[in-house]
Write a protein that binds this ligand. Sequence first.
Ligand code: PFF
Length: 459
Amino acid sequence: MAGSDGAKGAYPSFSSRIAFIIVTAGSAVGLGNVWGFTYVAGQNGGGGFVLIYLLALAFVAAPAFMAELLIGRMGKASPPTAFTKVGQMANSRFPWASVGWMGLMGTILVLSFYAVIAGQALYYGLVAAEGGFAGWTEAQITGLDAGFRAAPGWMLFWAALFMALTAVIVSFDIRTGLEKAGKVMMPALLLILLGLMVYAGQTGDMAQAVDFLFGFHQMTLTPRLFLEAVGQAFFTLGVGVGGIMTYGSYMGRDVNLPRATLWIVAMDLFVALAAGLAIFPLVFSSGVSAAAGPGLVFMTLPLIFTEIPGGAVVAFVFFLLLAFAAITSSISLLSPTVARLEEAGWSRRKGAFTMAALAVVISLFTIMSFAGWRDFYPLEALGFEGMTAFDLIREGVSNFVLPVSGFAYAVLVGWVLSRPSVREALPMQEGMGFKLWYAIIRYITPLAIAALFVNAVFG
Ligand code: PFF
């Protein structure tokens, strides 16, 4: 049974406030910060994109993150069930569970590409463990990435291994599995990233990296750029699929939800910026293009390890930690469906392995998009030109499912639930902080998301 707070059959919870913050930060901090942020910012020209991303984080994704935690805390169940309960508390007749179900589908879709990228990190860890990267040329490193992407069976193997590890952790109860994993992996990741940033600054072109990420450049603000920035803000915090909601349901009463949100958002932002400042100096001092796409981290970071003394060890630790960062996120992606299946009487183990297997099957779309389907654009006829199956899945989830869910969270918390019930569940005094967040979640978040879609459709 998942219950681990003493009483048998009681709803599970994390052991302490700090445990909740670390594990939930582990969910937020993941491939999205290191792999996703750098590749999407690189493809969208840097500066302007980063600014919109920061605004989206502050006014849309972070307030929605708090709303998602809140629904989890109030509903104390898997997302569809939590939504139904919270909807009933507010006497709303809207089928809120549908938002929960949409999120559950989103979790499996995210896992389907997450596993492939995380699998590549695991594989690079192995290459490093064998003494790899030391003395390698740039061409050898880009070749390793290209070789990996050209081998579907190999990608499938690593993706399946990653999902199996995820399923094992999720099979345990909350405190033994999720909590222990986060407590060990998170602090180590922060430290090593800091070290890499310092090193990249010394060996690469830091000035150009800073200018690229924070400077203003001639760029056209297309609807697509806005969608990507907002989508990235959602993805990086992990808002919109119910992973955060499920963790919110395991949060003890003693956790101050707004303060926890601030900590988690700050940590997440720090990691994304640190990753950017570790990777872009190398992009500019090497021949790799900033717009290289999903392989960017894998083509640039190993460059650091070719030269530094003990590079093989650092490389091994880094890729292992990247895989760990991915695992602390993938366990939160697998948790919501497992929680729902538990409600249907399944064991955690059976739920975890079944859902992991499903994600591996769907991962074939991403794998083939990197390999034989590189130039195959399945929905070209519908106007999605130049988008592979992987692009469609990643952008479909990040730029559509997540913001739509965020909109629903904002409406439920800002409009449907009563103001006192929201305040009491946070809990928060009727002070400045509450007034500000409440105004944002009521007006700015939903309006910004609505405007985004109107712009995308008609812009
Ligand atoms: N926030 C994670 C990342 O940036 O890699 C991805 C993620 C985790 C998305 C958990 C959704 C989620 F529920």
